[in-house]
Every structure is written in structure tokens, then in C-alpha cells.
Design a protein around this ligand. Structure first.
Ligand code: NDP
Length: 444
């Protein structure tokens, strides 16, 4: 049995109850086969694959908090510090009832390669809780965030581990967590990113993941003789990534006709009205039925269905495993040219293979949504030098990073004879830098 298969076997046995983590490891290791085969002796001797698939540490803790009725509630908190070979751990905090150890490990594992691809000095980590922020009062959110940080603050720091937002963790939650860290540790430092502008946040961080997704999509199209102008896009999600992806796509001259949340989706033949969507999702925190009620050209549908709409470009921006094989078949049948992931692992393995085998240009999330973490690293730089850069400065750096990521993953795929396979290119380019550092550090 080859080294990759041996390690896949080992990881499957050790983590049988973590399907999302196994899915991510399987995708990454399979696409690394040519690199591993070319360096098998060194990697095997140094147990590189066994080490890179085992987190440095997993922290799990109780999060007790008091609800508005005076009842004590208990959630489970997680922080997985996966790999700090190239910099302090960095990755978001997800607050969603579906959160479990396997999901956080999958996200932390992916984060290693994504962070490496940004070319900035950040390692891989991820955290969160099974807390459901939906329907909670501001006071309840604060109570949860303070309790969560009371435990988490023992394990993080500006040069150790710098968490950020993710699903369910936006500016409000980051603010409460930062306040609690400052209070307990007595330190004002860049320990979290995604902070408010009045206390060390970076301009353009809010927009970064969605904008970055469109910068790399534009470069992909350009390198295939196309542009964004006049293209029809379908987007899933209606959160941070989706909103700013829609906004940038429209600024580039594309028409975005869908968005979705966990209960339903919108088809808007006139193109999504971003100002209205922002008002409903960012201000009122309401459902998409309100969007349809306010706009004549919009239809609301229950359940899932954005991939059934004919498009040139599909941008999944909601959550993992939301684009399935049957959706991939529909996209191909409808003439879709490109799928670029805004969310983390939104496309299943079978759907990814189907798209790639049927000529659809496909960029995986660890490359195409890296703009968020890259801008978080730029926030860390600004905090370290105690300066703030202008929106234009940050946005220009973001664009440059995304264009470079495209060319790095394209080159890596070509170097190993897999031209056009951007999944392999992203995994290879991200992996090589981390492995070089791991080898340099010796056995640790
Ligand atoms: P938000 O919480 O702002 O938005 C998530 C959106 O996806 C919401 O519209 C939500 O609907 C929908 N959604 C969440 N879970 C499900 C589900 N199980 N089924 C269907 N829809 C769902 O999160 P973000 O926009 O920040 O994150 C979206 C994705 O992008 C995630 O995969 C995240 O890990 C990834 N990402 C985010 C980055 C960032 O900077 N924010 C950076 C890199 C990746 P509802 O409101 O109904 O729950």
C-alpha cells in the first residue's frame, strides 16, 4: 500500500465518527499523491502525513451562561489548534447548532493550506460552539460570548492563536469576546480579527471574503478569455460572504439572480438588490421572505434550489456540502462555465469530480475564499504597527493576494501535470510551504 493510502486508512480508523474531517483529509491527500510520491522517502521517515493530519491540540470546554428567564444553559466550546509551522494559529469561530468536533477539525485542517496559500505567516486553527445565536437577545449573546471567552482566553494571544468570525460570529460577537479578553487578560492586543473599526479592526475586512472570491473568479475568467461583464451568476447564502460576493459581482458587470438562507431561496430576475438584502440580513436579522415581500421581481421558494437556475457562474457561499452531485449535473446541463467556492467545502467530492470531468472551471474554497483570512492577517499587521490603512490600500493588497493565489495554484497544477485542476493546485501549493517549515523545525 502506498504512503497516502496507509495514512488515509489510519486517519479513517482513528476518526471514524468525523465524516466531514475524513472528507477533507481524503480530498487533500488524494490530490497530493504526485508530490508525496516524488518525496516519499523523506515524508515517510518524518511522518509528515501522520503529523499534518493530527492537530497540535484540541481544546474542548463547557460554556455555561444564563438566559433571559434566569435559566442556566450549557453549550460545548471548541478550539482546534491544528498546525503552527508557518505562523500563529488563525481561523474563525463558528456558532451553529451543527458544530461538533469533526466539523471544527475539518475546518481547521483546511485552514492550514488556505492560510499558507495567502503567502502570509499564519498557521491553521478553528473553533466555535454548538450555541445557536438565532432568536437570542443581545444580552443572551453577550452572556454566551463572555463565558466562551472566559475559558478560551487561556489558550490564545496575538502571537499564539488569533481567532476570527465565521458562521454565526459577526462584528457583535467579536466585540463582546474582545471586551471579555481585555478584561480578564488586562491586555489590549490584536487577539481577534474582524474587530470593529473603533478598536483595531481593518477597513475592508467585512467585504474581504466576498470581494476576494470575485477577484479570483475574475482572474480565472480572464485567463480563459472571458470577463465578468454580462455574466449571470447564482449565489447561495445570504450572510457575510454571499452579500459582498453579490455586491462585487454586480460592480464587475455581472447579474446575480439568486441568494438563499437555511429555510429558502430567492430568484430575482432583475438581479439581487444588495441594499435591500443587507437591510434584511445585517440590520433586521430577518428571513428572506421579507426580501420577496419588498420586491416585485423576486420569487421566494422554500427549501433548496439555487443550482436549478441557468447560469454562467455558480458561487456557493452558505455552508459545507450544499452543492450535491445532482446539482452539479444540473449546472453542467445548463451550461455553467465556472464554480468558485465562497464557503468552506460547499461542494461534495462527487459533485466536484463531476464538474471537473465535464469541463467546468472549479476553484475550491481554500483558494477562492482565502481573501477573508488574508485580510485578517492584514488586520494583524496593522495592529502590530498600531496603524490603520485606508480601504483602498487594503482592497488593493487583497486583490493582489487573490490574483497571486490563482497563478500559484495554476502553476502548481501545471508543474505536476494536472493543468486546470485547481483543487490539486491549491492543495499542493499550500502543502509545500507548510512541509518545508515542518522539516526545518525537526520532530515536533
Ligand atoms: P454567515 O453566518 O454570515 O452566513 C451564512 C449563510 O449561510 C446564511 O445565509 C445562512 O442562513 C446560510 N446557512 C448556514 N448554515 C446553513 C445550512 N446548514 N443550510 C443552508 N444554509 C445555511 O456566515 P459567512 O457568510 O461568514 O460564512 C459562510 C461560509 O463561508 C461558511 O462556510 C464559512 O466557513 C465560510 N467562510 C467565511 C469567511 C468569512 O470571512 N466570513 C471566510 C472564509 C470562509 P441562515 O441565516 O438561515 O442560517
Amino acid at each position: 500500500m502506498g504512503y497516502v493510502d496507509e495514512v488515509l486508512d489510519l486517519v479513517s480508523k482513528k476518526n471514524a465518527d468525523q465524516p466531514e474531517f475524513l472528507q477533507a483529509v481524503t480530498e487533500v491527500l488524494n490530490s497530493l499523491r504526485p508530490v508525496v510520491e516524488a518525496n516519499e522517502e523523506v515524508y515517510r521517515k518524518n511522518a509528515i502525513l501522520e503529523r499534518i493530519t493530527e492537530p497540535d491540540r484540541v481544546i474542548m470546554f463547557r460554556v455555561p451562561w444564563v438566559d433571559d428567564k434566569g435559566q442556566v444553559q450549557v453549550n460545548r466550546g471548541f478550539r482546534v489548534q491544528f498546525n503552527n509551522a508557518i505562523g500563529p494559529y488563525k481561523g474563525g469561530l463558528r456558532l451553529h447548532p451543527s458544530v461538533n468536533l469533526g466539523i471544527i477539525k475539518f475546518l481547521g485542517f483546511e485552514q492550514i493550506f488556505k492560510n499558507s496559500l495567502t503567502s502570509l505567516p499564519i498557521g491553521g486553527g478553528k473553533g466555535g460552539s454548538d450555541f445557536n445565536p438565532k432568536g437570542k437577545s443581545d444580552r443572551e449573546i453577550m452572556a454566551f460570548c463572555q463565558s466562551f471567552m472566559t475559558e478560551l482566553c487561556k489558550y490564545i494571544g496575538a502571537d499564539v492563536d488569533v481567532p476570527a468570525g465565521d458562521i454565526g460570529t459577526g462584528a457583535r460577537e467579536i466585540g463582546y469576546m474582545f471586551g471579555q479578553y481585555k478584561r480578564i487578560r488586562g491586555m489590549f492586543e490584536g487577539v481577534l480579527t474582524g474587530k470593529g473599526l473603533s478598536y483595531g479592526g481593518s477597513l475592508a475586512r467585512t467585504e474581504a471574503t466576498g470581494y476576494g472570491l470575485l477577484y479570483i473568479t475574475e482572474e480565472l475568467m480572464k485567463c480563459h478569455g472571458e470577463s465578468m461583464q454580462g455574466k449571470t451568476c447564482v449565489v447561495s447564502g445570504a450572510g457575510n460572504v454571499a452579500i459582498y460576493a453579490i455586491q462585487k459581482a454586480q460592480q464587475m458587470g455581472a447579474k446575480v439572480v439568486t441568494c438563499s438562507d437555511s429555510t429558502g431561496w430567492i430568484y430575482d430576475s432583475e438581479g439581487i438588490d444588495v441594499a435591500l438584502l443587507k437591510e434584511i440580513k445585517e440590520v433586521k436579522r430577518a428571513r428572506l421572505t421579507e426580501y420577496a415581500a419588498a420586491r416585485k421581481s423576486a420569487e421566494y421558494h422554500e427549501g433548496r434550489g439555487v443550482w436549478s437556475i441557468k447560469c454562467d457562474i455558480a458561487l456557493p457561499c452558505a455552508t459545507q456540502n450544499e452543492l450535491l452531485l445532482e446539482d452539479a449535473k444540473t449546472l453542467v446541463a445548463n451550461g455553467c462555465k465556472a464554480v468558485c467556492e465562497g464557503a468552506n467545502m460547499p461542494t461534495t467530492l462527487e459533485a466536484t469530480e463531476y464538474l471537473q470531468n465535464n469541463g467546468v472551471l472549479f476553484i475550491c474554497g481554500k483558494a477562492s475564499n482565502a481573501g477573508g483570512v488574508a485580510t485578517s492577517a492584514l488586520e494583524m499587521s496593522q495592529n502590530s504597527e498600531r496603524l490603520s490603512w485606508t480601504f483602498e490600500e487594503v482592497d488593493a493588497k487583497l486583490k493582489n493576494i487573490m490574483v497571486n493565489i490563482y497563478h500559484n495554484i495554476d502553476d502548481a497544477a501545471k508543474q505536476y501535470g494536472m493543468e486546470g485542476n485547481y483543487v490539486a493546485g491549491a492543495n499542493i501549493a499550500g502543502f509545500q510551504k507548510v512541509v518545508d517549515a515542518m522539516l526545518a523545525h525537526g520532530v515536533c
